[in-house]
Structure formats: structure tokens, C-alpha cells
Design a binder for this molecule. Structure first.
Ligand SMILES: NC(=O)c1ccc[n+]([C@@H]2O[C@H](COP(=O)([O-])OP(=O)(O)OC[C@H]3O[C@@H](n4cnc5c(N)ncnc54)[C@H](OP(=O)(O)O)[C@@H]3O)[C@@H](O)[C@H]2O)c1
Length: 425
């Protein structure tokens, strides 16, 4: 399903094409389109296209998530696997090639090693350990230019850039709900609101994130395991850190404790404090899974970057609502969200459910939320969040320089061996 996006999606839409060839502009558009195929999360969405001197496209790559090849390496690998010679070619990429030796090796070195002599990229990498690739390339004699498609690239990853600037994890919020926005029936039953296809999708996501968080009440009521499991029920190779947030203690026999030690209890009700603790523990992508008080707390604080709603064609008419009071009393204060066409699309049908994919809408002159704006403006690494930069540009303010991005106490007893409706917890 295709939904119109209100902000620049192409290099040409975003201007700044002077000094670049038509082939480079077209390649940047293809790189942006490739980038959108990746999953949102700990890493930005990045795409790369290699073109020959005559403008012919040789290879297109994109990043498929943390721990996988970067877009540039993906494109180079594809070209080399096809026996193509990349010497004298141009690499067009949506983010500055990285300079660090992470799990996939530095892209700047891979580009130099492949004999590529020209690099065009959209925006600088704001991430300290990765930044500096352009300098490495120039030092090796590669011609490097930047700024093509910068606004579109900034827009594509604005919430990721905001999270980096605020030194907190990227936050995905998950809701498995009925058509009338209930996440559990009035007797507490919630397994399963979602269909098996939605549950499988949720478990695939669990296998990619760094941590999954629920409130103490969900642990006490549902006794979830919160592990990532395959359709056969077997644990996935990669497991998220399991996190409980709230003052009350968790019983020793709670399923969430597991036997691998990958569990953390955060005795706080403050979402930002929880994110700070998780960031310090190395978490870069957090999924908040519920229940309604926790979902509402993160939403009210403006600390949600991506929203995934599994909508079941089911009516309950009563029961636990997906959300609680967000502190909004008039329509003018409503939170606005937009359909996110990236990472699998805005709307997908999964079995009998719909999977809705959204992100906070851009509001003129500010980031989506006051909490985020406050933390970002006090950040030492940036003077303005990516969202705020794009919003002010959209409102007619002077376009920012892309490089600025471097810029009721419940005590319900445990229900043994149960899972929550949130997707096989
Ligand atoms: N369908 C789904 O997607 C889904 C997913 C998960 C859960 N659920 C359902 O959700 C229901 C539980 O939801 P819930 O709202 O009652 O509980 P909850 O959100 O899971 O947990 C609420 C508890 O978390 C603690 N807490 C931490 N930070 C808080 C904050 N900022 N504001 C308020 N409380 C905070 C409080 O406990 P302390 O007193 O310990 O501080 C509070 O009682 C269950 O029926 C479960 O099945 C559904």
C-alpha cells in the first residue's frame, strides 16, 4: 500500500543538485529508495549505488540492520560477486561512509580497496566512532563531495538522528490491539489478540532489538518470557535484554528472569531515566511492549520514534484500553503521527491483522515533543535536532546546513507459564 509522504523523498525534491551530474542525482534517488528497505532501529537507514564513469549503474546496496554489511559494503560485495571491476567508479551513498572497525569493517577502507575514485554522499555521519570517513577517503586520493539529497536523507533518518543527539536508544513502541483499542479483556485475558502471523512478525523484531521493556504490572499479570522465538517455539540465536520498569519487585520465579542473566529491573517510573540507564548498558534499540500505562508514559514524554500497531479485527467493548491519559485536553494538543513507508511499508496485512507502521509527524519549528527538544537542545553535540531542522526548513526558515547534525499499586499473583497478547511474551 502506498501512502503519500509530505516531506522530500528525492535528491531533486530537496534541491542542492548544482555541481552534481544527472547520473549522480538519479543514483542518489535510487540510494534513498534502497535505504528505505532497511529496518529502523539502532542504525540509520542507508542506501548506496555504484555508477561507472559513463553513469551506468553497477550495483545497489542497503543496510539490513545492526551486525549486517553496511550499504557501501553490500553494493561492493554484489558488484565483486558479479565479477565487475569498480576501479574509477563513483559511490553514491546517503550517509558519509564510516571510518570505524565495527562488526563489518570500515566502509572508507572498502571503497579505497575496491578502486573507487569518487564518492558522493548526502549527510555527515553524526556518530563519533563512525565519523571521519570523508577525511580518510580524501587522504587516499578519492574525490569526495557531499550535500546531494541532504534534506531527503536527513528527513529519512530524522528520529534516529534525534536519538543519537539525545544520547538515548531509538525507541520502537509496540501495541497489539483490537479494533476498539483494547489490549486485554475485562477479565485480564489477552492471549491472543494478534494472529499467528503478527506474533511471528513481533518475534522477528525481538530478534533484532537490543532490549524489550514492559511495566511491572504486565510481568505480574501475564508472567511473560519476553524472549525471541521461532514459529516452532525455539529460542532465536539473538535474544534481547529483558527489562521491567516500575517500583515493585519481581518474584524470583517470574518467567522473565529466565536462566541466562539477560534481565534488568529498572526501579523508576521515569521513561527518560529508564532510557539513560539502558543507553549506559549499551542498548541502542529498545522496544516498549506494554502495558497501557507504560505505553502511555513513553508517548506522553515524546520518547517514541517508531510505532507498530497490530490491529486485530476483533471487538471487545470493554477491557484494558491500549492507552491511558496522555495529558491532552484539546484537539490542538493532539499528538500527530504519519504513516512510515520505510521498513516494510506503512500498512501491511499479516494474516487477519493489519500491521500499521508510523512515526511522529514533523511539527513546524520543533521536534515532536517537548521532552526530546529539551534534551536535544542541551546536548553538547548538536544545536538543533534533525526533526527541528527539517521542520524549520519546511516552515520557510533558512535551510540548515546538514553537517549541523554532527551535530495503583497492583499486586496480582503470577499466572504460571503465560504469555501476553503482545506477541508471545
Ligand atoms: N496487547 C498488548 O500489546 C499488551 C502488551 C503488554 C501488556 N498487555 C496487557 O496490559 C495489561 C497491563 O497494563 P497496565 O497498564 O495495567 O500495566 P503496565 O503498563 O504493564 O505496568 C504498569 C506498572 O508499571 C509501573 N510503572 C513504571 N513506570 C510507570 C509510569 N511512568 N506510569 C505508570 N506506571 C509505571 C507501575 O508499577 P510500580 O508500582 O511497580 O511502579 C505501574 O503499576 C495486562 O492486562 C497485559 O496483558 C497487553
Amino acid at each position: 500500500m502506498s501512502l503519500r509522504h509530505p516531506t522530500p523523498e528525492t535528491a531533486a525534491d530537496a534541491g542542492a543538485v548544482a555541481g552534481f551530474s544527472a547520473a549522480e542525482v538519479a543514483a542518489m534517488d535510487a540510494a534513498l529508495a534502497a535505504a528505505r528497505q532497511g529496518p529502523r532501529g539502532a542504525n540509520p537507514l542507508v542506501g548506496a549505488v555504484v555508477i561507472k564513469a559513463d553513469g551506468t549503474r553497477i550495483a545497489t546496496g542497503h543496510h539490513r540492520g545492526a551486525g549486517t554489511a553496511h550499504a557501501e559494503a553490500d553494493a561492493i560485495d554484489q558488484a565483486q560477486a558479479a565479477g565487475l571491476d569498480l576501479s574509477g567508479a563513483t559511490m553514491v551513498v546517503t550517509l558519509e561512509p564510516c571510518n570505524h572497525c565495527g562488526r563489518t569493517g570500515p566502509c572508507a577502507e572498502a571503497i579505497i580497496g575496491a578502486g573507487i575514485t569518487d564518492v558522493v554522499y548526502a549527510i555527515d555521519d553524526p556518530h563519533d566512532p563512525a565519523a571521519g570517513g570523508a577525511e580518510t577517503l580524501r587522504a587516499a586520493g578519492v574525490r569526495v563531495r557531499s550535500g546531494l539529497g541532504a534534506e531527503a536523507a536527513l528527513e529519512l533518518n530524522r528520529r534516529w538522528l534525534d536519538a543519537v543527539a539525545a544520547t538515548r536508544p531509538f525507541v520502537t513502541l509496540h501495541i497489539a490491539q483490537t479494533l476498539d483499542s483494547r489490549i486485554a479483556a475485562s477479565d485480564g485475558t489477552s492471549q491472543w489478540i494478534s494472529c499467528p502471523e503478527s506474533l511471528a512478525d513481533n518475534h522477528a523484531l525481538r530478534g533484532r532489538i537490543d532490549a524489550i521493556l514492559v511495566g511491572t504490572q504486565t510481568v505480574l499479570v501475564d508472567n511473560p518470557r519476553l524472549t525471541a522465538r521461532g514459529a516452532d517455539g525455539e529460542p532465536a540465536a539473538r535474544q534481547p535484554l529483558r527489562v521491567v520498569m516500575g517500583y515493585r519487585g519481581i518474584p524470583d520465579g517470574a518467567a522473565i528472569n529466565g536462566d541466562d542473566g539477560k534481565v534488568l529491573h529498572l526501579p523508576t517510573r521515569n521513561p527518560r531515566e529508564a532510557l539513560d540507564g539502558l543507553f549506559a548498558a549499551g542498548v541502542r534499540h529498545l522496544m516498549v511492549e506494554g502495558g497501557s500505562r507504560i505505553l502511555s508514559a513513553f508517548l506522553a514524554a515524546g520518547l517514541v520514534d517508531e510505532l507498530i500497531v497490530y490491529l486485530a479485527p476483533t471487538l471487545l467493548g470493554s477491557g484494558t484500553p491500549a492507552l491511558e491519559d496522555l495529558g491532552i485536553t484539546t484537539l490542538a494538543e493532539a499528538q500527530q503521527w504519519e504513516w512510515d513507508p520505510a521498513s516494510g511499508g506503512a500498512v501491511q496485512q499479516l494474516g487477519r491483522d493489519l500491521r500499521l507502521h508510523l512515526r511522529p509527524a514533523l511539527t513546524a519549528g520543533a521536534s515532536t515533543t517537548s521532552a526530546e527538544t529539551t534534551s536535544a537542545t542541551t546536548s553538547a553535540t548538536t544545536s538543533q535536532t534533525a526533526s527541528a531542522q527539517i521542520a524549520s526548513a519546511a516552515a520557510g526558515a533558512p535551510a540548515p546546513v546538514p553537517a549541523a547534525t554532527k551535530t495503583s499499586a497492583d499486586s496480582t499473583p503470577l499466572r504460571t507459564g503465560a504469555d501476553t497478547a503482545a506477541g508471545g511474551n
